[in-house]
Write a protein that binds this ligand. Structure first.
Ligand code: F3S
Length: 412
């Protein structure tokens, strides 16, 4: 145990690290303790849930699949509730989307390995829409960056941005190191952002987040002057803000005055904090838009869409028909709710697809002949370029749906 002497372990933890609970648990504990040491944790902290990213075969490849199978073969099992981020395809309708057969086979094998380890195939980046909402102050180990941001900022739970293997290790060990955002002192704002630009839509929020993430990098911004009274569902705006900042920077926690649960806590905003002012969102929009006019695919639902967002799309499309491919990506459970509400049928009648289990970034869209994308998500716009080499257009939900109807992007 000498290598863990600087991280205080309980008796049970020492036994787990010594292999008394089997080789799979030992391996998990070795990873958890090694990370705890690197980040200077004094002890471990039990986690209430784990969200595991690193699910799409597009990103894992055969080496990743092999790694998962070996760990599952060794007897690895999650000891706390654990669930998966989106995969590379809709598990039920992959053929319809044009996913190649060999990709589908490998993707199914990845999910089989995770399921064998007791990890639920929820396949969503918005677990909070399917009842997985950690309580204020609870410790969790989540890994998809927008979900991490939401859990920390909107729910007031505590998680670092785990990597795929480290989240899996936390699920098997049931704990993580007490460092980073698990500690009070690291949850204080590192800068104050005064918002002077008008913000009136999810796209404006995305442009703001794209700018703020670049300015703040991995710090903790505190927003003042961000008015969300234009929306009846402020959580959706906060979801988009967190996703954008996690993509353009590495923000895992932010506070919004009057809105997020830790913003009013004493000492959360140090007196000598750096102040930045955002007067205008134009640079944010420019960063997310290419000169493209013809659109192959319009994708909404990054992060995964809520039932209300699906309802909005259905209402907009009533009596019309799309010319491009239109995906609205969501959690399977939310899709099922939308099916029962008749929303899926309405969207499909207009030629759109409500796609579950995946998204435009983790699906192999480049294999589907897609070259250009329109989206209302700053995160999707940024990642579609860097991960899939797509040209992108970014704007409001209405602009995206107009583009789906005409095949062309209108507006700046
Ligand atoms: Fe979720 Fe995919 Fe966007 S995982 S946050 S929909 S890139």
């Amino acid at each position: 145990m000498s290598h863990a002497s600087d991280v205080r372990l309980t008796e049970e933890e020492r036994a787990m690290l010594a292999g008394e609970a089997g080789p799979a648990v030992r391996k998990a504990m070795e990873i958890v303790v090694a990370l705890a040491r690197i980040y200077g944790a004094r002890h471990l902290v039990p986690v209430e849930s784990v969200q595991v990213a690193g699910v799409s075969y597009k990103n894992l490849g055969d080496a990743g699949l092999q790694f998962l199978r070996e760990w599952a073969d060794e007897g690895a099992r999650a000891r706390v509730p654990a669930f998966l981020n989106p995969a590379g395809m809709d598990l039920q309708r992959w053929k319809e989307l044009g996913i190649p057969e060999d990709f589908a086979r490998a993707q199914a094998a990845v999910i089989e390995a995770y399921t064998r380890m007791g990890i639920a195939p929820s396949l969503t980046c918005t677990p909070y829409y399917i009842g997985l909402r950690p309580a204020f102050g609870s410790h969790v180990a989540w890994s998809e960056s927008s979900a991490v941001s939401f859990a920390n900022s909107v729910l007031g739970a505590r998680t670092n941005r785990e990597g795929g293997p480290s989240a899996l290790a936390a699920a098997i060990a049931g704990r993580t190191g007490a460092y980073g955002l698990h500690l009070d002192e690291n949850r204080r704002a590192t800068c104050l952002i005064e918002v002077r630009a008008p913000v009136r839509s999810i796209a404006d929020i995305g442009a703001l987040g794209a700018l703020a993430g670049e300015l703040v990098r991995d710090g903790v911004p505190y927003f003042r002057g961000l008015d969300l009274s234009w929306t009846r569902r402020p959580e959706e705006a906060l979801k988009a803000l967190g996703a954008a900042m996690a993509a353009s920077g590495a923000v895992a926690l932010y506070h919004v005055e009057g809105l997020t649960p830790e913003a009013g806590l004493p000492e959360i905003l140090p007196a000598d904090v750096r102040v930045l002012t955002i007067h205008d969102l134009t640079a944010g929009y420019q960063k997310l838009n290419g000169p493209l006019e013809e659109i192959d695919l319009v994708s909404l639902g990054c992060p995964h869409a809520s039932l209300e967002e699906l309802g909005e799309v259905a209402r907009f499309l009533a009596g019309r028909h799309v010319r491009t491919r239109l995906w609205i990506t969501t959690a399977r459970q939310v899709r099922e709710q939308a099916e029962r509400a008749g929303i899926v049928a309405q969207i499909e009648a207009a030629g759109g697809q409500v796609v579950a289990d995946t998204c435009v970034i983790v699906a192999p869209v480049e294999l589907l002949g897609v070259r250009s994308l329109a989206t209302n998500s700053a995160k999707a716009a940024l990642y579609a370029r860097s991960h899939s080499g797509l040209e992108t257009r970014f704007g409001t939900t209405e602009q995206c749906l107009e583009a789906a109807l005409t095949g062309r992007w209108r507006g700046p």
